[in-house]
Design a protein around this ligand. Sequence first.
Ligand code: FMN
Length: 526
Amino acid sequence: MTAVPARTATPAATAVHSDPEGVYRVLSLLETPCHLVRSGGRAGMCHVPPQGAEVLATAGAMPPERLGSSDFLRRHGVRLPYMAGAMAGGIAGTRLVAALSRAGLLAAFGAAGLPEARIDAALGELARQLGDRPYACNLIHSPAAPHLERIVVDLCLRHRVRCVEASAFVRLTPELVRYRLTGLRRDRAGGVRAEHVVIGKVSREETAEMFLRPAPEALVRMLRDQGRVTAEQAGLARAVPMADAVTVEADSGGHTDRRPLTVLLPALARVRSRVARQCGDGMPPVHMGAAGGIGTPHAVAAAFALGADYVVTGSVNQAAVEADTSEAVKRLLAQAGIADYVMAPAADMFEQGVQVQVLGRGTMFPARAGLLYRLYHEHGGLDELPDTERQRLEKRVLRRSLDRTWQDTAAYLKEHHPDWLARAERDPKHRMAMVFRWYLGMTSRWAVTGAPDRAGDWQVWCGPAMGAFNAWTSGTALAAPARREAAVMAEHLMRGAAYQTRTGHLRATGVRIPTAGAEYRLPVEP
Ligand code: FMN
């Protein structure tokens, strides 16, 4: 409401726009402040108020890098506070990680479920291609097979991976602590440098807390006594939290507690404040990110409005050109709506009744996997299955005999988990679980390879973020699977979020944004 003195500005910058297209153009130039002014008797938007104009409202520049935490950008050497979370089985593979890293964004390689040789090759490839650019490798907690954590940590150390995304940890393990501690150094100023960055992914208060505190002393002592970390590293452990960042995961694709982000993020931010108070000022701050359900600019903007330092996407990246899954699955994902997801039994924790969120449209997997869990729950072993159920299983689900499935399962267990084989030979219920897990494991593989004769069995981890992304991009260039490059998707999500944030600020000061300017626009050209 003040008249501003004239500034040196181009005529284009001082042009006052009141037509919808002109207003959108001004609002969408995010790198420049914008003003609502009254000039020559009419109100409109401009970048620089013309001489004598009355300024009614102002919004500062809002480039996407201004969202979230600038400290996060520095710590991880990235351009935007945006991360692509891991996708198991190498779906988040070298192509996806490298594409995002080259665009200045952080992405985690999906090491879970891959054999050692494939992780080794992928990390070698990333180190060669990316050098010092940012990227991460997923380290997934494997309580049933702890040696898998050791393998991944050894590979990360060998290939000098500077960041791990640690997920599914219900307690801290020696391997995760070893990774963190072997990166600790004293810097020249007498402080502590943590060269092995840990990003913990959690969905509960107690697991968040363990990442927010320093490594437990008993584990640190054990690693020191075993000579797996030096005495100096053990001594420095209490000066830093276990993680540099904690990703708070709400309703997501794959393993999920399905909590709303609006509940979870503020609750875990309170835990962070409490722990920070208890640990004192010397402890470096831990960034907190938001994951789960993020597939539109509005969702990104909402996560930052809730206080997130950075955002993490997952489901939408599976549809990216660079994702290592089949083109057929990407086409299926492109058709998914916001309600096309269901929970289905998880392969890794089938017996415990753990479920994962999967695509429910275009595949029969959820129903078939549900049948397997019901049969497992109701019967003591394969021999106890009623004939009708057995036939249904063999004809419609496995499409091979139970005997043959058991033979293949036994051959696999003999090589990879001989102790599980011994138990399956003794215990018919365990044998049934192993046979059913064969199906659950194969269904992911059939999806990744796009096996056409098994299209009805494809297991595709995915959450509603995918449907939201499809609805948002409908009728635009990004609707086509071939146009969904991961970095382009990220860029539009972040620019769109900055746009929505800035128009939100203007709205909060009483400015009425015309309908044409209410939404960030995607390119529509082919
Ligand atoms: N998170 C992990 O930490 N490790 C994994 O191996 C893993 N695999 C995933 C596989 C797929 C296909 C998807 C969609 C997600 C997976 N996630 C995994 C979770 C993502 O990294 C990310 O946190 C999550 O998808 C974000 O929620 P959204 O799906 O709603 O975007």
